[in-house]
Design a protein around this ligand. Structure first.
Ligand code: ADP
Ligand code: MG
Length: 894
């Protein structure tokens, strides 16, 4: 076990914060409970003590990456070749190889460095924030800027940002397994503990960095930040997750191993055969190396990384942050998206429209604003009742009224904001809470679907309970009518249920309000405060569906992706909204949480494909839903924002969390964060995921077909007893300089228009699936053939030298590849899409061509690459022959 420090030192003195009272602590830390730190003090402290961060091992950046390039197998082979060439006195060959390897390393370095940097930026964007009080205002700041003395707010789902002394606790429980190993959440208090040498686990008035708020809320004052915190001291507990390779990268790595094996095999065969035929050893050795070079697509891994990270940046522009690179690929395979209703499919802008009270329906007008009125009261007494109802509704809620420069606004849980807003429509005096003392509060959570507060109103203690109507109805045995408390009988209950159903069918979100008179206010347990209730009334609110959600759902249907709605709301409400959004097809089912509870796992697996809406479910049900869908072979994206959503997010293929309303825990468990909490953003991310994968296919196809062409030119010559059509330096040049740019440009190609009109790609689809293997071999075969043809035509022309024939072959190979690259933009044929629609590609092809000109015409390079100048006639032959592969496959469309 780790030795855990129990004291903090401040100004060289050992301090036990837990022994001090709240006031003492705040004073010692030079802070103030009401106003927090001033921003100038905070700034000074940040400078003095540094950022609130745990130092991590640095990712390989800069020069380290540069040297990583040298480890690659390919480079090793080339370096060995260089040594041998140098040993045999072939200085020019040796130097050229070294220079090309260097160019390759620099390019690879630039690409990977860029990728790493954007990944680092990504990590930063997903970084947590903290709610602190500065200059008397609650503000959101990056948690790295939290300083000692900051007053910090904690709520369920937060990762504690620093070591804190608790100032207030409302049912605050914190799980500290990251520090103590204890997995049971610990209830926190604010009172001082007068005891010395207390263990971390027993300091129940402290909260430690990295621990997790599992329920309730509270406020604390920061006593230590960064490496001075308890976790900071347990240095070896901080393990930096190794950057994992994505499935595609792993597949490519395996392909790479196979290709390395093939290259060694080919090389040895050729060398052995040649020597057996009596060819000069050095010549055969060079051929072997040339082949090895031709086989390995060395640019590929770097381009994959660059294209992935470019895609990730496109996603950020569309408000989706990918936390793991592998998610990019999985996104493209997503076949089911399970989405929360409230806030993701809807706007989370709730507005109260109806109130049911005293057996009457009241209408609320004015929409989402402070204007408007509540009509329906028949007399003074009913008006008073309404006022009290609204006041209780506002007291029992997690929202607060803010006044700034005469403007009022309400902040907090959207449901509670709506209720307060309705009250304010009538009169803001209703929501001024001074008249009552809140004694305890049991906060809302999605499992209980209710919350309550215990208050002292005048001389009477009450609990006010607010929550899902069906749940509160089952806990009510009385009802208030015309100021009298009556027994809740069948008739009254049925009447309420009827009202509820009619509200739900209009897609209204419904909430019930109950009270319970209590003999005293001390030591009340939630169970007691929320049972045997007196039913008062109902609140109905609208939460409009997001306009873009409907379109996104339509898009999913075309793309073969099923959308499933998950909500804690009433089945009727969920049903109505699902209809409005077109989620629910003719025979689609709506299932409630209690129906779900009665199903066995197998039954759920059998039925889950027909279920489109899960209503009145709790977060723990999400995990079952994910597992059932996965059992049926689906790739599941699941959204969530709370602590209890984390297991489902972790187990789904794509965990999606909310950037605005999501908790730290949910974000940490997710693969994708939606900056705008919007369902449509998930769909954009899926689209980008597909787009990126298709682009990767495009350049894999291009690079491998090119390599097949190169191998075949050489093999044809060796088999037919011709001299080698290409020299190693020439192949190297093509591989490293000419292929790289066009491949990268293909990786940045725009998406094909039918991208979202195809079913999702199977998750375990191989690299060569969907005809890619055939395309590579067939194109490669033709490219190799025309290049070889060009070589023998030039060679048998007789009059000219072998170098001339090689130059022609060299140029034909390059030209045919640069024409073929336009074909790779399309899965079908070059004619199905404007071939010159990719500007990057045009630039890349032109620059590659431009690079070939000096190689052929400048004397210095001619000497290096063993080339000669070509005539216009030569070029016409080259271009004619080079067009053949693309024309042939353009018409066969295979
Ligand atoms: P969802 O996020 O899917 O809408 P919730 O768990 O938030 O589901 O809500 C479930 C039900 O709990 C709602 O239909 C409503 O009746 C009730 N409810 C939601 N928020 C509150 C709240 N702040 N106070 C009281 N009851 C609430
Ligand atoms: Mg909710």
């Amino acid at each position: 076990m780790h030795k855990i420090i129990r004291t903090y030192s401040i100004g060289g003195m050992q301090v036990n914060w837990y022994e001090m009272t709240v006031n003492e602590t705040i004073k010692r830390l030079g802070s103030q409970a009401e106003t927090g730190l001033s921003s100038s003090t905070a700034e000074k402290r940040l400078k003095k003590y540094g950022k609130n961060q745990l130092t991590e091992a640095k990712p390989p950046l800069g020069i380290a990456l540069f040297f990583k390039q040298f480890k690659d197998f390919m480079v090793i082979i080339l370096l060995i070749a260089t040594f041998i060439a140098a040993y045999l006195g072939e200085a020019v060959d040796a130097i050229v190889i070294v220079v090309i390897v260097l160019i390759n390393s620099v390019l690879g370095y630039l690409q990977e460095n860029r990728a790493e940097k954007s990944l680092a930026k990504l990590k930063q964007m997903a970084n947590p924030v903290a709610h602190v009080k500065r200059d008397g205002q609650w503000v959101l700041i990056p948690s790295s800027e939290v300083v000692i003395g900051d007053i910090v707010r904690l709520k369920s789902g937060d990762r504690v940002v620093a070591d804190l002394r608790i100032i207030t606790s409302t049912q605050l429980s914190i799980e500290e397994s990251a520090i103590t190993g204890e997995t049971l959440p610990i209830p926190k208090v604010s009172q001082a503990i007068k005891q010395q040498q207390l263990n971390i686990g027993d300091q129940i008035n402290m909260a430690f960095m990295s621990s997790l708020v599992t329920s309730g809320h509270g406020i604390g004052v920061v006593v230590a930040t960064g490496m001075d915190t308890v976790v900071g001291q347990i240095a070896d507990l901080i393990v930096q997750a190794p950057t994992q390779k994505t499935p595609l990268e792993k597949r490519l790595q395996n392909l790479g191993k196979i290709l390395i094996f093939v290259s060694i095999l080919l090389t040895s065969l050729v060398v052995a055969a040649g020597i057996w035929q009596g060819q000069p050893v050095y010549q055969m050795f060079l051929s072997g190396i040339s082949l090895a070079v031709a086989v390995i697509p060395e640019g590929l891994p770097a381009i994959v990384t660059v294209v992935l990270s470019l895609g990730v940046q496109r996603m950020i522009k569309r408000k989706a942050i990918v936390r793991k690179l592998s998610a990019v690929e999985t996104l493209g395979s997503t076949s089911v998206i399970c989405s929360d209703k409230t806030g993701t499919l809807t706007e989370n802008r709730m507005t109260v429209v109806e109130i049911y009270l005293n057996q009457r329906l009241f209408q609320v007008s004015g929409g989402y604003s402070f204007t408007g009125d509540i009509t329906g009261a028949r007399n003074q007494a009913e008006d008073k009742m309404l006022n009290r109802f609204l006041r209780y509704g506002s007291i029992c809620g997690d929202a607060e009224l803010l006044e700034q420069n005469g403007e009022i606004s309400i902040q907090g849980d959207p449901t509670d904001v709506a209720i307060m807003m309705a009250a304010a429509k009538k009169s803001t005096s209703i929501i001024e809470r001074q008249q009552v003392t809140k004694i305890t509060e049991f906060p809302f959570d999605s499992n209980r679907k209710r919350m309550s507060v215990v208050i002292n109103d005048g001389n009477q203690y009450y609990s006010i309970v607010k929550g899902a109507p069906d749940i509160l109805l089952s806990r009510s045995d009385r009802i208030e009518e015309n100021g009298r408390i009556l027994r809740m009988d069948q008739v009254r209950r049925a009447k309420i249920e009827q009202v509820l159903n009619s509200m739900a069918s209009k897609a209204y979100r419904t909430i019930a309000l109950c009270i319970k008179p209590l003999p005293h206010g001390n030591q009340i347990k939630a169970e007691h405060a929320e049972n045997d209730l007196v039913f008062i009334g109902l609140i109905a609110m609208v939460d409009p569906p997001r306009p873009e959600a409907k379109k996104a759902i339509e898009q999913c249907k075309k793309a073969g992706i099923k959308t499933v709605m998950i909500t804690g709301d009433h089945a009727g409400t969920a049903h109505a909204i699902a209809k409005e959004l077109n989620i629910l097809p003719q025979h689609g089912q709506v299932i409630t949480g209690s129906q779900l509870d009665q199903m066995t796992d197998q039954e759920l697996i059998d039925q889950v494909d027909q279920i489109y809406v899960f209503a009145r479910v709790t977060p723990k049900d999400k995990l079952r839903i994910v597992k059932a869908l996965q059992a049926n072979g689906h790739v599941v994206a699941m959204t969530g924002d709370g602590v209890n959503d984390a297991p489902a997010l972790k187990n789904s293929d794509i965990g999606v969390s909310m950037g605005k309303t999501g908790t730290d825990v949910a974000k940490e468990a997710s693969d994708l964060i939606l900056l705008d909490d919007n369902f449509a953003t998930v769909v954009s991310a899926v689209e980008e995921g597909r787009h990126i994968y298709e682009n990767i296919r495009k350049f894999i196809r291009y690079l491998l077909a090119s390599n097949v062409g190169e191998i075949l030119v050489m093999l044809f010559a060796i088999i037919l007893g011709y001299p080698l059509p290409l020299l190693p330096v020439q192949i190297l040049w093509i591989n490293l300089v000419t292929d790289g740019l066009p491949a990268l440009a293909l990786g940045m190609d725009s998406a094909e228009s039918n991208l979202m009109e195809q079913p999702p790609r199977p998750i375990n689809e191989g690299i060569f699936a969907r005809g890619l293997g055939f395309k590579i071999i067939s194109r490669g075969l033709l490219i190799g053939s025309v290049s070889f043809l060009a070589f023998i035509l030039a060679y048998q022309n007789g009059a000219q030298s072998l170098e001339y024939a090689r130059t022609v072959a060299f140029m034909t190979l390059v030209t045919s590849q640069l024409i073929h690259v336009f074909d790779c933009r399309n899965e079908k044929s070059i004619f199905d899409r404007h071939p010159f629609g990719n500007r990057y590609l045009i630039v890349a092809v032109l620059s590659s061509f431009a690079l070939m000109i000096p190689v052929t015409y400048v004397a210095m390079f001619q000497a290096v690459f063993y080339t000669v100048a070509l005539s216009l006639r030569d070029w016409m032959t080259i271009i004619l022959l080079s067009s053949i592969p693309t024309i042939v496959f353009g018409f066969t469309k295979r």
